[in-house]
Write a protein that binds this ligand. Structure first.
Ligand SMILES: [Zn+2]
Length: 407
């Protein structure tokens, strides 16, 4: 009984601490009095928490604010460089690890290619090696790294910290959290890579003012991270957001998942490459071939985009069709989830208006109401850093997110 009471007192203390930290983070600079008002806590409680946070170096006192009569209040802000986080982004071809500060600003980054056919031990030793080299980076003196966040492609069980299925390598039920925690004695959080990207957009990107946000990654594959009521939505079996396997053509081509006509088979980077190579083999004349000096195998989304920019009609049409199919997929998602905003990232999104204009046209004509037709859709401004900043944010959300600790 006694220990329970102590437990709940400790929990309340830590909830209030996260609450105060999060208010200081979101406000940028704020006085003690304003913090107390926003937190709904008494000024003495806030004062005690602030003293602790100052002592730990997590926050600092800075410029003075506007006075409402008496002495000008001193404003508090987060001391972003007082602690570090390591973010790891596991793609299908490479792993990148970054050292970030408490604002998920990337301070150093290292990457390593993943070899097709490698086994789980080889994969984990690559990840461990990269994390180790980040810990050794000059900026980090080891003791100040507060955790490791891993954004992993494929289906992830974030509670166990396991990769349930990573299709590109065939890994199944592979523990990531446990071996990394054992290796480094630091808390480790593992999440699907696109959900990590969605978190980065929500905290630092175009999603900062959204509660219901959809972040769609269109690269080699297609996936989405759903934020509902400001929180990651994962679904019952961890597959919410697997929109690459949304069926858009009942009689379509076979997909890597075994089904037919998935969005992945018509709008992914892999499909763009396949289609163009196939049609060139059948005799299609296109400037795409000039972009790769006649070597078909080198064709990818980027070369098609370059040909489109030089006015190649065929390349433009291939990208427009991808845009139309994405528009169909996104219209379906708007009808299922009705988000405030949709952000599109990933390699294919770099083709910009060649894809974006036809996509917007489909949503603008096919969504069911005028408001839905006008759903805000934009390209990611975080670009290539979204996934790695998102991985770091998995750790930050433990530090700042009082609601998360409440559960
Ligand atoms: Zn599929």
């Amino acid at each position: 009984m006694v220990s329970n009471m102590t437990g709940s007192f400790q929990l309340m203390k830590s909830l209030n601490r996260s609450l105060v930290l999060n208010i200081i983070r979101t406000e940028g600079a704020i006085s003690r009095t304003e913090t107390a008002k926003k937190a709904g806590l008494t000024p003495p409680t806030v004062s005690t928490i602030v003293s602790e946070l100052l002592e730990e170096g997590l926050i600092r006192e800075g410029q003075t604010g506007v006075s409402s009569g008496g002495r000008k209040p001193i404003l508090l802000s987060i001391n972003h460089n007082s602690r570090y986080v390591i973010g790891v982004d596991v793609g299908t071809e490479e792993v990148r690890a970054a050292l970030t500060n408490l604002n998920a600003d990337v301070l150093a980054v290292k990457k390593k290619q993943l070899v097709p056919g490698m086994n789980e031990e080889e994969f984990l030793s690559i990840v461990i090696g990269l994390v180790q080299s980040m810990l050794e980076e000059k900026a980090a003196d080891g003791a100040h790294v507060i955790g490791i966040g891993v954004g992993m492609h494929g289906i992830v069980d974030h509670t166990k910290g396991e990769s349930i299925y990573a299709p590109h390598f065939g890994f199944q039920n592979m523990p990531i959290k446990v071996p990394l925690e054992e290796a480094f004695q630091l808390p480790v959080h593992v999440e699907n890579d696109v959900r990590s990207m969605a978190l980065a957009e929500l905290w630092f990107g175009g999603g900062r003012n959204s509660e219901d946000l959809l972040v769609i990654n269109v690269g080699h594959g297609i996936g989405a991270g759903c934020i509902v009521n400001g929180r990651i939505y994962r679904g019952r079996h961890h597959i919410a957001g697997e929109i690459g396997h949304m069926i858009v053509d009942l009689n379509g081509r076979q997909c890597t998942c075994g089904g037919y006509g998935c969005l992945h088979t018509v709008a992914s980077g892999i499909r763009i490459r396949e289609r163009v190579i196939q049609e060139i083999t059948l005799g299609r004349k296109t400037a795409v071939l000039d972009e790769v000096d006649g070597e078909k195998e080198r064709i990818d989304g980027e070369t098609v985009h370059r040909a489109a920019m030089k006015g190649d009609y065929y390349a433009q049409e291939v990208l427009a069709e991808v845009g139309r199919f994405l528009g169909v997929g996104i219209t379906n998602l708007i009808h299922a989830l009705n988000p405030d905003k949709i952000i599109i990232g990933g390699g294919v999104s770099k083709a910009g208006d060649y894809i974006f204009k036809p996509l917007q046209k489909v949503v603008g004509t096919r969504a069911v109401t005028d408001a839905a037709k006008k759903t805000e859709i934009e390209l990611s401004k975080l670009g290539d850093t979204a996934a790695i900043r998102g991985a770091a944010t998995l750790v930050l959300s433990e530090l700042y997110d009082y609601q998360k600790q409440e559960r």
